[in-house]
Write a protein that binds this ligand. Sequence first.
Ligand SMILES: Nc1nc2c(c(=O)[nH]1)N=C([C@H](O)[C@@H](O)CO)CN2
Length: 121
Amino acid sequence: MDLVLIEALKVDTVIGVYDWERTLTQTLELDLELATDIRPAAAADDLARTLDYAAISERIAAFGATSAFALVETFAERLAALLQQEFGIPWLRLTLRKPGAVSAARAVGVSITRGIWHEAN
Ligand SMILES: Nc1nc2c(c(=O)[nH]1)N=C([C@H](O)[C@@H](O)CO)CN2
């Protein structure tokens, strides 16, 4: 398997457990590693045969705009499931950072891997 990458994607969303966090939008930062076999797309030079990182980035922005979770864990879990289902992604790693949430830290967040990795043949 190969990886399609999306790094440091900024996503605006309502997120947080405290009352003040329910009244505003905050910006999360996402890194994604999306498993796929890139050889068919490379052989045909055809976007339709790979994971379109632009389309996926737009879908993530829409997900953020319409969600309002308390925990970053919930955001990450629901987004991972949505991406796997809608784009047919067999394995992914999603790292989510919430900059500014802990003033002494550059960022806090979670990193999850979901799905099954298939070795290339
Ligand atoms: N493991 C987590 N810890 C905390 C979360 C979270 O989503 N997951 N959230 C908060 C608050 O919303 C915080 O980010 C506000 O600054 C605290 N801890």
